[in-house]
Design a binder for this molecule. Structure first.
Ligand code: GMT
Length: 373
């Protein structure tokens, strides 16, 4: 199939999922056309069956706000016509679904019929989407999409709760390539921690919704009992206040701000515990990425996280903000090597349920159904 994938190219989870989906489908022989405004971070170098089409908005002085959605829709029309796309798959509803709707209608007016699939990722529904300034457009686009998928049951339920739509939403969970675990590179690990010190890790875009302050607070409580190290990977609006809190909690020699990393695997390989205390999380791809490296997860119990993290098996979940409980659970996992290894195994085995090979075929079946293949 010739598939156009529209995505955010940045470090966010929806972009990562869309890029990995495209890369995997390309390996299976499909022709993939990524359409977005800059090279997707996880795309890497040249690959067979993959083309990247850049959307460029001109900075005409009249525009206070660049008309990205219009240019994106035009690019979709252009790629669909000249690359003979069979289907468009847009990740994250805003503004990709409305641009896809416009593209589909333009193409229809020219006698070309191309369906589009909208995949909901989370904040497009739970934070941004339900804002009244977006709501009518999102509702319309959900109803107009040829198929709608969501990355968890929780997100599907949230969509029905916040939007007046009767569209059929198919849950296709996020996925990850689960590879064999590599032995820890002790030389690298020793740059961050002594052998007897556990390494905690958190990776995100440091937005408020991630509650990274809770990571520091729970880590401080753990560190009082058991000297540990914390690696914070990523960057975003909360970075400065996190650095301030780190100083206030007197944790500077225990916490490393790594900044943005393209390949999180190398950080996760060193970690003993991953922390995800988010306010809301439709799925928690970062937790799944940790589990695929055999890292147990201490998380909140919000949104779709319970569909990924199994309490008492792959880690533990606590109420949002309950940093004492999170610290207690982390100390339980770290109480001895046998318990830690048991949780590491549990996390790794659970990740296999979301292996890319098991999940991506569900998208292929969906595309075939829409194309009557
Ligand atoms: O929250 C982020 O880090 C970014 C955001 C995105 O759309 O890029 O993530 C959302 O989509 C991910 C991939 O499906 C999910 O794993 C995240 O849980 C979801 N984030 C939220 O719901 C807050």
């Amino acid at each position: 199939m010739n598939i156009g994938i529209v995505l955010y190219p940045t470090y966010g989870g929806s972009g990562v999922v869309a890029t990995e989906l495209g890369k995997y489908l390309a390996k299976k022989g499909h022709k993939i056309h990524f359409i977005t405004y800059s090279q997707p971070v996880r795309l890497g170098s040249f690959r067979e069956n993959i083309t990247y089409h850049e959307v460029t908005v001109s900075d005409y002085p009249l525009f206070d706000y660049e008309p990205y959605e219009t240019v994106l829709a035009s690019k979709m029309v252009d790629v669909a016509k000249h690359e003979n796309l069979d289907i468009l798959h847009v990740h994250y509803a805003i503004p990709h679904a409305s641009a896809a709707f416009m593209a589909r209608e333009i193409l229809k007016s020219q006698g070309i019929s191309i369906p589009f699939v909208t995949t909901l990722h989370g904040t497009d529904i739970t934070l941004v989407g339900k804002d009244p300034s977006f709501e009518p457009v999102i509702t319309f686009c959900l109803n107009q999409s040829d198929a709608v998928t969501s990355v968890s049951e929780s997100l599907k339920n949230d969509t029905y709760k916040h939007f007046k739509t009767e569209c059929d939403i198919q849950v296709i969970p996020n996925f990850i390539p689960v590879n064999r675990l590599k032995p820890i590179d002790l030389e690298v690990r020793r740059r961050f921690a002594k052998d007897e010190e556990p390494i905690f890790c958190h990776i995100s875009n440091f937005r408020k919704v991630k509650r990274v302050q809770d990571v520091l607070k729970m880590f401080g409580l753990v560190n009082d009992q058991k000297k540990s190290q914390l690696l914070l990977a990523g960057d975003g609006p909360e970075r400065y206040s996190l650095e301030v809190l780190c100083r206030e909690l007197d944790l500077c020699d225990r916490v490393t701000f790594i900044g943005k990393v393209r390949d999180t695997q190398h950080v996760l390989e060193m970690a003993d515990i991953f922390v995800l205390p988010s306010e809301t999380e439709s799925f928690g791809l970062a937790a799944l990425e940790a589990m695929a490296q055999g890292v147990p997860v201490i998380s909140s119990n919000t949104g779709g996280i319970p569909e990924v993290n199994v309490h008492g098996e792959t880690g533990f979940m606590s109420e949002v903000g309950d940093v004492e409980d999170m610290a207690k659970n982390a100390l339980y996992i770290l109480k001895d090597e046998e318990t830690l290894n048991q949780f590491k195994r549990g996390a790794y085995e659970r990740a296999k349920d979301f292996d890319i090979g098991k999940v991506v075929c569900q998208y292929e079946v969906l595309y075939s159904k829409l194309l009557n293949l």
